[in-house]
Write a protein that binds this ligand. Sequence first.
Ligand code: URA
Length: 295
Amino acid sequence: MRTALNALTDELRRLKTTGIKSVSVSEAGLLALRSVIRSRQNSSSVAVNVTVPMRAITAPPMPVSKPKVVEPKLPAPPVVNLTAGDKAGRWAALVAAIQSDPVALAHLPPGKKIVCGTGNLDARILFIGDAPGLEEEAEGEPFVGPAGQLLTKMIGAMGLKRSEVYLASLMTWRPDATSPAASAPIGHRGPTDEEMRYCLPYLRAQIEIVQPTLLVALGSSAAQGLLGSSAFKALGEVRGEWREFSGCPLMVTYHPSYILRNQSNRSKRMIWEDLLKVMERAALPISEKQRAFFL
Ligand code: URA
């Protein structure tokens, strides 16, 4: 290193004799050069006269702030033409279309998966969340994370198995929290209206195939995606009431993640009362014990 720097100082000296007064070097190179000069000045009487104005030789500093990620505008929502045939065949063709959607693929981080609805194609009840989270995009299946595990328990409390219902999310990809719209940590940004509008035809197609008796929207994002963002201001205005989507009765309730954040019996009872209405309308048996849950 020192030999190289000695060669460099010799070269600079030579350049100086040809009339060149300044050269460009990096900040690191400048520091190394200075230390050589200093040590030479300390150890010998030979002065190395390399005086180059700091401004002239300092390479421009690297930008420190990261450029903002701007979420591109999405194209028009896809037009889904369901194939003829039985439910399983139509569903498989739809899943293939969802899995190859170029917009969804463009939103996938490396190694992550598009999340399509799953469950019983003859389900009477179809649950709809807003968007997959980190666990869901890793596995390519909706409701497999903590909120999904709680949802599975809620379904069990209704006297059903997870395999007896159909579970879907409005979004087929996880909204990326690096976009400017994001204020919450990665994995928890709610989907935008535009994102939900883009994915909605895929949800409608799943509803058309499954033909459930009832839909249950979980949380305000899902409810807004289905009913429109101007339909309500607070979820409390619409939860527990019957609405309609795609020709199907729709019950709006809280997302299970709300219970994960707020474990009070009061919150659990609010969701449970909505689910009791769903059970009644789906003609599921309800025991006295079930009626009294969380009271
Ligand atoms: N919330 C959703 O809406 N969907 C999932 O798959 C998981 C959590």
